[in-house]
Design a protein around this ligand. Structure first.
Ligand code: CU
Length: 526
């Protein structure tokens, strides 16, 4: 895009912002509460909106009736009870309030600019701008905290841009009805604080984000989060609730850290990383949420983008319920496989723990999952249920003619010549599934960072048996030869695979679901 065009757009945005700022003192609140019992069909036909003989036009009063809550006047609203929690840090969600009346929910964010690890496996870092709960000790805030309130509540929102920051920032709440979703009136320079009050008119899960200046830059730098507005009649209780944000990082050099932003890649919509909750690995391995068979998990999911739609899919399960676009006034879709979440949108999905397994959460545009980091896991523990899933025969070499599995061949303990078999062990180390560049210069080096195998280049003589052990808790891997000479199939954590090398040569292998994991075995003649 030309600089001129970008300047023109920025001018338009700035003009809108200034127009909002220039509106002067706020008029008294004149919003007419909608009555859910009022039948729009009963209105006399032909009357003009605003005609003195008829009621004032009702916001949302089109065919189908208003869905807006009847509003308790602001002056009569109590603060939310002290015990009620209205903010939490991902992946946590504040518990449902159980409140049945409207209230004023007070939330205070600080804007932080700091260095955040965006790949927990490799330690890759990035300068993020984000939001934290006021006074918290964290120095980064990507994604920002989730806010939870109830429809009809007034959100009294305070934003402080910490002194020492380098840019003005603000918040555009998709849950807020008002100029820029509040952006115009929450713009704060470093050292400033602003406060707005906004009525939460619609229930759902909504994105919020910074909308200051070069908005694509502020969002891709990490300034986003979610606000959950519970419906008047709350959703049924479930055992687990999870807050997830998908987003993208655009960087120049993925192999050195801290990384720098590639503004050109933002324009080209070409992210280097696509992640959940601000980092590769934030929901895998030790960070994976756990649940029991028979329990349900509800995920409040925001797709912050900046640019990509998300194709949100639970590998090995279904979305039992999808509240499409996170619009909680609607009945959920049942039994979906993959739900589309637009950039700047959200969804509420539920899955049921049916059998013990690890559900893998992905953006099913799978290059983003396998190459760029958009992978999460939910570990389901408990009783197996063969009515739902049962292994009849473990994978084994098939018989030559009738297709029945051949009996497993025990590993020889001696060579045909009677010499003891040489044996080598390789560990698939913890965290090895963490996304990393496919052609890292240290891929086959003695020490690789991040490590995937305990030995990257193993040199052996013909006849040696090599045993791989999957020591990566909660993650399945394969040991797959490039030339097809051996393939372990999927190995759960703790499982091993052995192969005896009978010919000299160089055998490179990789992991099917994590193709950036590469190593090789060099087999020498005896
Ligand atoms: Cu900002």
């Amino acid at each position: 895009m030309s600089t001129t065009l970008r300047l023109t757009i920025l001018t338009i945005v700035a003009t809108l912002t200034l127009a909002a700022c220039a509106s002067g003192p706020r008029a008294a609140w004149t919003f007419r509460p909608a009555s859910p019992t009022e039948d729009p069909a009963a209105a006399s036909p032909g009357t003009q909106p605003g005609a003195s003989a008829t009621p004032a036009p009702r916001p949302g009063g089109q065919a189908g009736g208003s869905v807006l809550p009847e509003l308790t006047p602001k002056g009569d609203l109590p603060p939310a009870p002290d015990a009620e929690v209205n903010v939490a840090i991902a992946p946590d969600v504040p518990p449902p309030s159980g409140r049945t009346a409207q209230a004023i929910v007070d939330v205070h964010f600080d804007v932080v600019e700091g260095i955040q690890t965006i790949d927990l496996g490799s330690g890759t870092q990035y300068e993020t701008w984000g939001y934290r709960i006021n006074g918290d000790s964290v120095t980064t805030g990507t994604p920002g905290p989730i806010i939870r309130a109830r429809v009809g509540d007034v959100l009294r929102f305070t934003i402080t841009n910490l002194a020492g920051n380098t840019h003005p920032h603000n918040v555009d709440f998709h849950a807020v009805t008002g100029q820029g979703g509040g952006a115009a009136d929450t713009t704060v320079a470093p050292g400033e604080t602003a406060i707005i009050e906004a009525r939460l008119l619609y229930p759902g899960i909504f994105m919020y984000h910074c909308a200051y200046g070069d908005v694509p830059l502020h969002i891709s730098q990490g300034m986003y989060g979610g606000i959950l507005v519970d419906p008047a009649e709350p959703l049924p209780l479930v055992e687990h609730e999870l807050y997830m944000v998908q987003s993208e990082f655009y960087t120049t050099d993925p192999q050195a850290g801290p990384l720098t932003t590639d503004r050109g890649a933002v324009t080209l919509e070409h992210p280097e990383y696509v992640v959940f909750n601000g980092a590769v690995g934030s929901l895998t391995g030790d960070n994976a949420p756990r649940m029991q068979v028979g329990e349900s998990m509800r995920i409040y999911f925001v797709n912050a983008g900046l640019n990509l739609d998300s194709n949100f899919h639970p590998i090995g399960s279904h979305w039992d319920k999808v509240y499409q676009e996170g619009a909680l006034l609607n009945d959920p879709l049942r039994g979906s496989q993959t739900t589309l979440v637009p950039a700047g949108g959200g969804t509420v999905v539920e899955l049921i723990g049916q059998v013990p397994m690890t559900v893998v959460l992905v953006d099913h545009a799978l290059a983003r999952a396998f190459d760029k980091g958009a992978i999460g896991q939910i570990v389901i523990e408990g009783q197996a249920d063969p009515e739902i899933f049962e292994v009849i025969t473990e994978a084994a070499p098939s018989g030559p003619t009738d297709g029945t599995p051949a009996p497993a061949t025990p590993l020889p303990s001696t060579t045909p010549s009677g010499e003891p078999v040489a044996a080598e062990q390789i560990s698939i180390v913890a965290g090895s599934g963490t996304s990393q560049p496919t052609n890292a210069p240290d891929e086959f080096a003695a020490l690789e960072d991040p490590a995937d195998y305990s030995v990257n280049e193993l040199i052996i003589v013909v006849g040696t048996t090599v045993t791989w052990t999957n020591d990566d808790a909660g993650v399945m891997h394969t040991v797959t030869a490039l030339d097809g000479s051996f393939d372990s199939g999927f190995m759960e954590a703790g499982e091993t695979f052995s192969y005896t090398f009978s010919t000299p040569g160089e055998f490179e292998y990789y992991c099917l679901p994590h193709p950036w994991m590469r190593a090789r075995v060099v087999v020498m003649a005896p």
